[in-house]
Every structure is written in structure tokens, then in C-alpha cells.
Design a protein around this ligand. Structure first.
Ligand code: 9WN
Length: 436
């Protein structure tokens, strides 16, 4: 497919997934019929390339569902749909006294991408004045969101925030969480999966894994989604390098945007203080010398979770590693993930016995993580390997279509696109990768 055709196809997917009435984009028809938090951020970046109005509407639709305490939920149920489980009646966000009164949502969040998304869309669009006005109207809401994280998700006040659910990580059934599942013994819930009516069950989590997912929500619901109670009681309490890297990148973008806007000295100094503390602690606590990259930290059991995944390299995107650590990380990346027989970058260590090349976050390549990796490698001027990540991403979409995830093995030459098709962020971020 030519570059022009790919771009046209990508725009077509985004436009078809856009809900004109409510002003947001579904990630994928049938499989994900609502508005998802970090998806919307990536989608807005795609729209910024050809329809800045839709980019703005996407962000606004998400922010309209912001809770009164600054929290931005992971799913906004703008509409009804019975093609997804668990829906609004399971999540019951209204249990929290400060939940949105106008929108039903989940009571968990997702990687905080909005700050850097505002900066990205500003950089992309032609009409800077118009976009800066939009940013002026919305930036304080994102700042408020970050304030919520540091006040309610950082019990040790160390600059690193926790997640209490694998769905908050965005990398939902990564083998990283297996270590935590071993500490839990939830009941066998009765529920009706919907995802496996859209996608081959071999590419999705197991029913037993859903028991863990639902159990964590039941614990949070029993305490009305109170962060302090969750910090005290949730068996899943993790400082995730991807999640925290997104927050740090978004802090950096908010500083740049407030400097452009002017007159926000207090907020800029607060952001700078968060940044200094967060980056220092991130490097102390999440870097693993033995593995040569960053790892997750299990805050409940006070130990690093020693596995490599695509999240291990996300800190490059946020300028967190020193140059020396970045050099080591690139060696790790090439050695473990970058053999000639593989496309970059598998979502989990291909040498691990937990690696599964077809299943959701247990091995396949995701375009959003590749987009971050491409930009992160460029931050440190690893141009060749960055270009390889970009070319691999384009090749996979060209060969197999705009799928949700892809097989990293070059030996698999047919049907190597998995999960949902016509997937919005694959379209949006491909548009961004194809920009020059
Ligand atoms: C749960 C929408 C979302 C993405 C996540 C991805 C998947 C949902 C699911 O789809 O998660 O949030 O039901 O599997 O893992 O990253 O935001 O695209």
C-alpha cells in the first residue's frame, strides 16, 4: 500500500469510529464501544493531522467526565452498549462521593497522557493561536488531575504514584501481573464475557484472569473507590514505569505550555518540584542494574518485579534515564527484543517462558508503545534503531491491516494482526509516524 493510501485508510478508520453526536471516538467497533482515556489521547494526536476540531472535541469529551476531585476515569460510558463487559452497572462510579454527576464512568484511571497530548497537538496544527486558546481553557483541568495523583496515589510522598488495577496500567494482562495473581485467591465469579465474541479467545485473557480483575474492583467498590482505603487494602498496588513515565512526560509538557501561556508561576514551580522528586525517585527505585532497564515495583510486597517488557523502555520517551543508562537500555533492547528474526518491539521479553506471541499484552507488538519507543530513542539520538521501530510499525500495518496488536515473529507471514481490527490508535499513531 502506498503512503497516501495508508494515510487515507487511517483517516477513514478514525472518522468511522468517531461518534459525531457525543464527540468522541471508540477504540474499536464492538470490542470497545465507549470512550477510553489513553486511547482518546492518542486518537487526538491522529486527528490533529487533518481535523483539529475533532482533536479538540475528543479531549473535551474526556474532560467533561472528570470527577470533582480531579480524577479522570479510564472509561466514560457516554452511551449504552451491550457488546462490552464489564459495563457501567458493574463499575458503579457513583459510589465515590466526588465522581462525575453527569457521566457514568469506571472508578479507575489509565496512563495520564493528556498533558503531553496537548503539547503534541499544539505542535502539529497550523493554527497555533486557536490551539493555544483551547489549551488555555483546558490546561488547569490536567494540572488538577496531576495534583490528584500526587495527593492521593503517592502514600509515601516519594513522587511515584501507584496503580491498583491491571486495567489502569493499559498493559492489561502483561505477565508482570502473574506475580501478583499468585498472592490472591478470588472467588470464581459468574459473568458473561463479551470480548471473546469479537476476538479469538486465544488472543485474550482467560476467565480465571478476569476473576482477579473483577475481584480488585469489588475491593475498591466495597470502599467506595476511596484511594486511601485502596492503598491500605488492595492486593494490587504497583508503581508502574510506563504509567509514571507518562505522568512525568505530561508534567514536562504542562511546564512548557504554561510558560507559553504566561502568568502561571505558581503552577510552574509546583510542576518543577514534582518533576525533580519524581525523576530522582524513579531512577533510584525502578531501574534494575541486572536487567539493564526499568521494571515495575510491587508496593504491596515491597519489591521490584524483575521482568522486561515494552514498559521498561518507556522512560526514554520522558527523558528520565541518564545518557549512560540509556546506552545500556538500548543494548538490552537490541539483545533481548531486537533479533533479526523479529519486528520491534514485543510487549514482553521474548526469552521468557511467560512470553506468548499472540496473546494481548503477553508478547505482541502494540503501535502505541512503538510510537513512544520511536520518540524516546530519538530523544537520545539513537536514530537508526528509532527508524527501525518506525519502519517495523509501518510494515506491520501495511501487511496485515490496522489491527490492535501484531506478532513480533517475522516467520509468521499470514494473519499476524491480532485483537480488534480498524483499531483507532493504530490508525492515529500511524498518521503521526508517517508525517515526515
Ligand atoms: C480494558 C481500549 C483498551 C486499551 C487497553 C487495552 C484494552 C480493555 C479491555 O483496550 O483494555 O481497559 O477490555 O481489554 O489493554 O490498553 O486502552 O482500547
Amino acid at each position: 500500500m502506498s503512503k497516501d493510501n495508508l494515510q487515507e485508510k487511517a483517516k477513514h478508520i478514525l472518522d468511522a469510529n468517531f461518534n459525531e453526536d457525543k464527540g468522541f471516538t471508540i477504540p474499536c467497533e464492538g470490542l470497545y464501544p465507549f470512550q477510553w482515556n489513553w486511547d482518546s489521547g492518542f486518537i487526538a494526536i491522529g486527528f490533529a493531522h487533518y481535523d483539529s476540531n475533532k482533536a479538540k472535541r475528543e479531549v473535551e469529551a474526556l474532560l467533561r467526565a472528570q470527577w470533582e476531585n480531579g480524577f479522570i476515569p479510564h472509561i466514560v460510558f457516554h452511551n449504552d452498549s451491550d457488546t462490552y463487559f464489564p459495563g457501567p452497572d458493574f463499575h458503579l462510579s457513583k459510589l465515590h462521593p466526588l465522581a462525575s454527576k453527569s457521566h457514568r464512568t469506571t472508578g479507575m484511571t489509565q496512563p495520564p497522557v493528556l498533558g503531553f497530548v496537548l503539547k503534541e497537538i499544539y505542535d502539529i496544527v497550523d493554527d497555533k493561536e486557536d490551539m493555544l486558546n483551547f489549551i488555555k481553557q483546558n490546561i488547569d483541568k490536567v494540572f488538577f488531575n496531576h495534583q490528584h495523583f500526587y495527593n492521593h496515589r503517592d502514600p509515601n510522598q516519594e513522587g511515584l504514584v501507584f496503580i491498583y488495577h491491571n486495567w489502569e496500567s493499559g498493559t492489561d494482562n502483561s505477565p508482570i501481573w502473574d506475580d501478583i495473581w499468585e498472592t490472591m485467591d478470588p472467588p470464581n465469579y459468574k459473568f458473561e464475557r463479551r470480548d471473546t465474541t469479537h476476538v479469538d479467545a486465544a488472543q485474550r485473557p482467560t476467565n480465571r484472569e478476569y476473576d482477579y480483575y473483577l475481584h480488585l474492583i469489588e475491593i475498591a467498590k466495597a470502599h467506595n473507590y476511596d484511594d486511601a482505603k485502596i492503598a491500605e487494602l488492595s492486593p494490587f498496588l504497583v508503581q508502574d514505569p510506563l504509567f509514571n513515565a507518562m505522568l512525568i512526560k505530561s508534567n514536562e509538557a504542562l511546564i512548557e505550555l504554561y510558560e507559553m501561556i504566561g502568568d502561571s508561576e505558581d503552577k510552574i514551580s509546583t510542576l518543577k518540584a514534582w518533576q525533580e522528586k519524581a525523576i530522582t525517585r524513579f531512577n533510584e527505585k525502578l531501574y534494575n542494574e541486572k536487567l539493564g532497564a526499568y521494571v515495575h515495583y510491587d508496593l504491596r510486597n515491597e519489591k521490584q518485579i524483575e521482568h522486561l517488557s515494552s514498559s521498561s523502555f518507556a522512560p526514554l520517551f520522558s527523558n528520565i534515564p541518564t545518557k549512560e543508562h540509556a546506552d545500556v537500555m538500548v543494548k538490552t533492547l537490541i539483545k533481548k527484543f531486537g533479533g533479526e528474526d523479529r519486528y520491534l518491539c514485543a510487549s514482553f521479553d521474548p526469552e521468557s517462558d511467560r512470553f506468548n506471541p499472540k496473546k494481548y499484552w503477553r508478547g505482541p507488538i502494540w503501535i502505541n508503545l512503538n510510537w513512544m519507543l520511536y520518540n524516546g530513542l530519538n530523544n537520545y539520538e539513537f536514530t537508526d534503531i528509532a527508524n527501525r521501530v518506525k519502519e517495523d510499525s509501518i510494515t506491520l500495518v501495511e501487511k496485515y491491516g490496522f489491527f490492535e496488536y501484531f506478532d513480533s515473529r517475522k516467520s509468521v507471514t499470514e494473519h499476524a494482526g491480532y485483537g480488534g481490527n480498524n483499531f483507532s490508535w493504530s490508525a492515529a499513531l500511524l498518521l503521526d509516524l508517517l508525517k515526515d
